[in-house]
Design a protein around this ligand. Structure first.
Ligand code: 5GP
Ligand code: MN
Length: 334
């Protein structure tokens, strides 16, 4: 993979560009993609941003979110963009399967592939890119890419908002170990450029409906289990809860972090029956590596302290498998 700054000559003439991200995009996937969109648009390219699936309502304020094509509901529009694409940007994911139903189409493309990502162990096959697992967020890498290209004068307020949103959420509002001085330097630069950061916090964290809070209360009361001898807390959410509380995409985001706030807990697992599959989210504090854990037991991956996986065994069996995996890791969890 050639370094990302080597794309500069490619951007000198108008190109047909597709920017895509992982399924059920979070603020980092969406923010980094839209930041890249706003930059490339100023450079005169023709761009389609494709999300493999729908995305949470709390991201709809992002400048450009209304232009994002949802592959599941607008397949024709996405396909016609893909048919003509010169440059494919893959943002905030390390393996094509993370784009779900879009993956087989991406695999066939003959276009130039560009990766900007911070997940561990990216799959091969990208022509240009940056894969930096020390980066707080993909949004930070987009920001740094603009500097590497010598194009930082294109950082508009729209771009600053998108980048800040991605870095803020992926660092747990600037508290995780990934929140390096590098992150704060970037944020200082964005503030110098006039960014209004408090509006972004409000748009993302103070914008839910009552049902989500009631669901969180119900889950903490009835669905949480703590295994003190393994320093692990788990929450298993049946599909019926998702229906009962009328949860929408994104409503379970952040729930896993509550588990990690219990004294002494090193690993937290949120296991959700999404019916088509069971989705697992893992978080850890300190030296327990949930990336390895998710890879080994649940066909997943991610980062050292935040990872995810999936299972097709149904909720009950998946929970049993999780408990067994936790027991196997007893030593590492001490
Ligand atoms: P979350 O638990 O918030 O869905 O994901 C936590 C982190 O793990 C994110 O960086 C996400 O991209 C990654 N992740 C989540 N699910 C999977 C998965 O199934 N496979 C891989 N490789 N990474 C995942
Ligand atoms: Mn990310």
């Amino acid at each position: 993979m050639k370094p990302i700054e080597d794309i500069k000559p490619l951007l000198e003439t108008p190109k047909k560009v597709v920017i895509t991200m992982h399924q059920k995009p979070d603020a980092d996937a969406m923010g980094s993609s839209l930041a890249m969109y706003h930059y490339l648009r100023q450079k005169g390219h023709e761009i389609t941003v494709i999300s493999p699936t729908n995305f949470p309502d709390f991201l709809k304020w992002m400048p450009g979110a209304d232009l994002v094509v949802d592959f599941e509901s607008s397949q024709d529009k996405a396909m016609s963009a893909l048919e003509a694409v010169d440059l494919l940007f893959c943002l905030d994911f390390n393996a094509l399967y993370r784009t779900k139903a879009l993956a087989p189409y991406l695999e066939q493309l003959k276009s130039i592939r560009i990766l900007i990502d911070h997940h561990l162990e990216p799959q091969p096959g990208f022509d240009y890119g940056v894969s930096d697992t020390a980066a707080s967020s993909t949004a930070q890498l987009v920001y740094e890419t603009l500097y590497k290209l010598g194009e930082e004068q294109y950082i508009t307020d729209e771009i600053a908002q998108c980048i800040y949103a991605g870095a803020m959420t992926d660092t747990g509002s600037f508290r995780f170990a990934s929140t390096s001085a590098r992150v704060h330097r970037m944020v200082a630069d964005l503030l110098d450029r006039g960014l209004k950061h408090e509006l972004i916090h409000q748009a993302i964290y103070d914008n839910f409906l009552e049902n989500r809070l009631r669901f969180i209360g119900h889950s903490l009361l009835h669905r949480m289990e703590v295994f003190y001898e393994y320093n692990t807390a788990m929450m298993a959410i049946p599909y019926t809860d998702l229906k009962r509380f009328d949860l929408q995409t994104g409503d379970t985001e952040g729930l896993v972090n509550f588990l990690l706030s219990i004294q002494g807990i090193k690993m937290a697992a949120l296991i959700i029956d999404r019916r088509e599959e069971v989705k697992l989210s893992f978080r850890s504090k300190g030296n327990f590596d949930v990336n390895t854990f998710a890879r080994k037991y649940f066909e997943g991956g991610g980062h050292f302290n935040a990872a995810g996986g999936r299972s097709t065994d149904g909720l009950e069996r998946t929970v049993q498998r999780f408990i067994k995996a936790m027991e196997e890791n007893e030593d590492l969890l001490q």
